[in-house]
Design a protein around this ligand. Sequence first.
Ligand code: PDD
Length: 287
Amino acid sequence: MTRTVYVNGEYLPETEAKVSIFDRGFLMADGVYEVTSVLDGKLIDFDGHLARLERSLTELDMDKPDQFDDLLEIHRELVRLNGIEEGMIYLQVTRGAPGDRDFAFPDAETTRPTLVLFTQNKPGLADSPAAKTGIKVISIDDIRWGRRDIKTVQLLYPSMGKMMAKKAGCDDAWMVEDGFVTEGTSNNAYIVKGGKIITRQLSNDILHGITRAAVLRFAREAQMEVEERPFTIEEAQGADEAFITSASTFVFPVIEIDGAKLGEGTPGPAAKRLREIYLDESRKAAI
Ligand code: PDD
């Protein structure tokens, strides 16, 4: 199946879409991205992803792509053209492609940002087996740069972290800095103790997850107690349960951390409940 993708104003077959070899996303990882999930053919948390994209661009002093105001329409058109019922839309903006490699940012007259979007068809996304079985994580050092609040395409270390987890027979890695968990390789991390949901507070140390914001809001609305503070791997191993959130997983329970089973070693009730509420509410609010 050839996808229809979007590049700088054009809808094209994926085999015909092209970006310059001088693109700063390719040469310097000078780009930002968003992943928005699709359920029932509709976009989940679109406004949140758009707002975070705008913030990422501002923080990096990068111009908005010329088609910024049309992004909702472009997302919807890609969903339509590719017949996506469940899946994801990947969006990337880079600082463009000046005619040569240079560390200094190019002048606005030299190039415009590159905008690329493509769909990922994932039938069964909302019914993933991992939501029922839970996932196993290992801990690794967090050696990423200091602006993790900006959603840049610098994903080599998270990618290596995923491989370390795979090698250890696990599903993902939680990153640890100064003794405390920051987040998962591509998700936010939570523990639950005595009914209280604990997750690291927002700062430059973690990505401000759009799913995180929604899940914490739903948790509070459901009278669940939420505490935003750092926690250690030891505290997590002694917790009643743990889970992760992201646009591609929604809520996945964590059943094992560095070989230590949490509680019974099966998905816990808080993660299960939050996943259900998140999916229900998000489907209702999808656009
Ligand atoms: N990743 N933390 C990191 C480091 C992430 O890469 C992500 C998302 C999240 C969760 O953010 P959100 O809830 O807005 O998806 C947290 C996406 C899904 C990815 O890279 O595919």
